[in-house]
Write a protein that binds this ligand. Structure first.
Ligand SMILES: [Zn+2]
Length: 304
């Protein structure tokens, strides 16, 4: 199955920007935002260069209404994939080819049906200073309240392929919960247009709010890997006692996991201080499910 996409080119030469949504099949604001961008470029083509827009990379997962497809593989852990592999491996292979052929890459996500994530734009702390500077610039242009640079050694992701090909790449997160929040769609459309204007593909874009973002660059191994933080000690029913964006201190209770009759309740404590960046909002959890991620705001600086 080939990726469903649209491509728009300007009359002058310029960079090729790839924008994708739906790497995960239950993240809906990205899919709507890319569809809106397609509608926009049909009537207002870019000035120069090329924009390739993929609204739903992982169509089998979307058709199931699920993060992953029937083979159970997470596309964001399967890149660069295999041409002769399972459906997810094949999609990963095709996506990776597209990423390598681009000059800039934007990958749009949300927390899906189970998580909510503070609106953020992220990138890997690329070892090549030129690529890193481009990514910082894209992140700043995108215009979300948090900018998060993380461990460049995470594998399997779309951004891992971009890193290996030295293609400047950012990803974005915007809440989640299984709906399609118009504010998220608008923020994504405007963010992509600002990056496209910044690299010269279009003439101008909506002006950002002007509020200064919180910028955290965290090079510690595993930073940016959201699925390993604050694992639930048991299966059961998770009830958070903190809210998304709340400042917390190390040791503070984030929530409890309880069995069905309420006989056993176990608390999950913050392993560091900072802001609650990600919260598991789907109450049913397995043992080991990550229930929260904390943004280490003590590392906040004024880069990029
Ligand atoms: Zn995702």
């Amino acid at each position: 199955m080939a990726l469903v996409l649209e491509r728009f080119s300007g009359s002058e030469p310029g960079p090729h920007v790839l924008i994708t949504g739906g790497v995960h099949g239950d993240e809906f604001e990205p899919m709507a935002a890319v569809r809106y961008l397609i509608a926009l470029f049909r009537t207002h083509p870019p000035l120069r260069g090329t924009v390739t827009l993929v609204p739903v990379v992982n169509e089998p997962a979307f058709l199931r209404g699920s993060r992953v497809g029937d083979d159970g593989l997470d596309l964001a852990r399967t890149c660069p994939g295999r041409a002769d592999g399972s459906p997810t491996q094949h999609i990963a292979f095709e996506l990776s080819e597209r990423i390598r052929s681009a000059d800039y890459y934007i990958d749009l996500h949300t927390g899906g049906t189970r998580l909510r994530v503070l609106p953020l734009v992220g990138y890997m702390l690329h070892p090549d200073p030129k690529v890193l500077e481009s990514q910082r610039r894209m992140a700043r242009a995108f215009g979300l309240p948090i900018i998060w640079g993380t461990d460049p050694n995470l594998e399997g992701r779309s951004l891992s392929v971009a890193r290996d090909a030295c293609v400047p790449a950012i990803y974005a997160e915007y809440l989640g919960g299984g709906g399609c929040d118009p504010s998220g769609v608008d923020a994504y459309v405007a963010g992509c247009l600002r990056v496209l204007a910044d690299v010269g593909v279009i003439a101008d874009a909506p002006v950002a709010s002007g509020a200064l973002p919180i910028i955290v660059e965290d090079s510690r191994p595993g930073s940016g890997h959201m699925q390993v933080n604050h694992p639930s000690p048991a299966e059961g029913f998770f009830e958070p006692v903190v809210t998304l964006g709340q400042p917390v201190h190390e040791g503070q209770i984030l929530g409890t996991v309880t069995d069905l009759l309420g006989r056993e309740s176990r608390s999950i404590h913050a392993n560091s201080s900072g802001l609650v960046l990600v919260l598991h909002t789907f109450a049913r959890v397995e043992s080991g499910t990550s229930v929260a991620v904390i943004l280490p705001t003590e590392l906040a600086g004024d880069r990029p």
